[in-house]
Design a protein around this ligand. Structure first.
Ligand code: FAD
Ligand code: UDP
Length: 371
């Protein structure tokens, strides 16, 4: 008999398991996949830690979360600076003085600001009502046409004038020469990969892989006083109110017999015609070196294809629209009646959590459970 059964060995489950164990609770973690770490899982191919479920860059403004993760991994100084490839023209991301110089030849921040203002005025936008208008008012029509329109349409499967403005506000726009994608205070990649970091979190805790809670929930419920469930909330309720929707991504991995394919961890293909949204070259998250500092002779790349999710696909990005928000609220009401259960994490709360946010949420949840 355990105090807690934790369903899912992703970050939410692993942090809960660690904290509860350290508080003297007996925990069992079950995971339906054949590996720990959930979507931050990295697997080693040709000496390279490949991010199997999409590129993960740890970044946070929270000192508490940063200190917490240092207990389980050493972080390198990786800084995310993706490059945009528009039909062979290369631009720096996020939008900053390097991008504006390449696009317009402008040299000073005043010139860049004037160029954006001129294009915004010409488009006649005063109050942006959708992503297209928001993008043009932030960076002008040239950047919208070359770096945003095609990419966004591929990523979300619908045109920019039918998407909410807030999506693009995530991207920084700077009148400085700064290619750091994130504004966060702390950033890096765990040395040795995320799987090792989550393995350290779960050190000394019983984990059973290849076990699906929903296949025998009554049996599993008998093993513990309380259950922390980090799987999809709608699946827990047998989709009785309908499916929550997601955007999905298909990853096409390739090992190349050359040391350097694109010279950067991420290259976004921002035209509409290229079928993939971006290519990740995983070795550059760790500066092209193995753990002993040796150069790696091969490279592994992943092309990412964004797709509409259908039942059976991996759920990745929750769709933040009214329909799904309302449906989630209904599931949430059902969840509140389940006394034995705690629902948490990206799938349990149907919420786009970054890694630092999911760790903070798990720490908070354990505190709440302990009263
Ligand atoms: P998960 O990692 O999904 O873990 C849930 C686990 O529960 C899974 O292992 C699943 O197999 C298991 N499970 C589900 N149902 C059952 C069941 N019935 N029985 C047993 N086990 C079950 N965040 C960042 O901070 N930086 C990034 O750069 C970043 N990039 C991302 C890129 C992509 C493509 C995606 C999709 C997300 C990205 N994120 C990023 C977010 C990050 O992946 C999440 O914050 C984090 O993985 C959430 O952890 P979790 O434990 O809630 O969920
Ligand atoms: N975006 C874009 N061009 C790019 C990168 C991003 O138009 O080269 C847009 C796109 O709409 C995307 C949004 O900016 O959905 C947010 O980008 P971010 O990289 O934060 O997306 P994520 O994949 O992390 O959700």
């Amino acid at each position: 008999m355990y105090d807690y059964l934790i369903v899912g060995a992703g970050l939410f489950g692993a942090v809960c398991a660690r904290e509860l164990t350290d508080l003297g609770k007996r925990c069992l973690v079950i995971e339906k996949r054949n590996h720990i770490a959930g979507n931050v899982y990295t697997e080693k191919i040709e000496g390279i830690h490949v991010h199997r479920y999409g590129a993960h860059i740890f970044h946070t403004n929270s000192r508490e979360v940063w200190d917490y993760v240092q207990r389980f991994a050493e972080f390198n100084r990786f800084t995310n600076s993706p490059v945009a490839n528009y039909r062979g023209e290369l631009y720096s991301l996020p939008f900053n003085m390097y991008t504006f110089n390449r696009m317009w030849g402008v040299v000073t921040p005043e010139e860049a600001a004037a160029k954006i203002e001129e294009q915004r005025k010409a488009a006649g936008i005063t109050e942006p009502k959708n992503l297209e208008e928001q993008a043009i008012s932030l960076v002008g029509t040239d950047i919208y046409e070359k770096l945003i329109k095609g990419y966004t349409q591929k990523q979300w499967g619908r045109p920019c004038d039918q998407l909410p403005a807030f999506i693009i506000r995530r991207l920084p726009v700077r009148l400085t020469f700064d290619n750091n994608y994130f504004n966060a205070l702390y950033q890096g990649i765990p040395v040795g990969g995320y799987t090792k970091m989550v393995g350290n979190m779960l050190d000394g805790i019983e984990v059973r892989l290849g076990e699906d809670y929903l296949a025998d929930r009554e049996g599993w419920n008998r093993t513990a006083e309380k259950v922390i469930y980090t799987g999809p909330i709608d699946a827990y309720f047998d989709y009785c109110l309908g499916n929550l929707e997601y955007r999905s991504v298909r990853f096409e991995n390739e090992v190349l017999d050359k040391p350097n394919f694109q010279g950067n961890a991420a290259v976004n293909y921002t035209d509409a015609e290229t079928p993939w949204t971006r290519i990740i070259e995983h070795k550059w998250f760790e500066f092209g070196k193995d753990e002993n500092g040796n150069d790696l002779p091969k490279t592994v790349i992943s092309r990412e294809y964004s797709s509409e999710w259908k039942p059976g696909d991996e759920p990745y990005y929750p769709v933040n629209d009214e329909k799904n928000g309302t449906l989630y609220t209904e599931y949430r009401k059902l969840a509140e009646r389940e006394e034995k259960m705690v629902f948490g994490g990206r799938l349990g709360e149907y919420k786009y959590y970054d890694m630092d946010q999911v760790i903070a949420a798990a720490l908070g949840r354990v505190r709440a459970l302990m009263g």
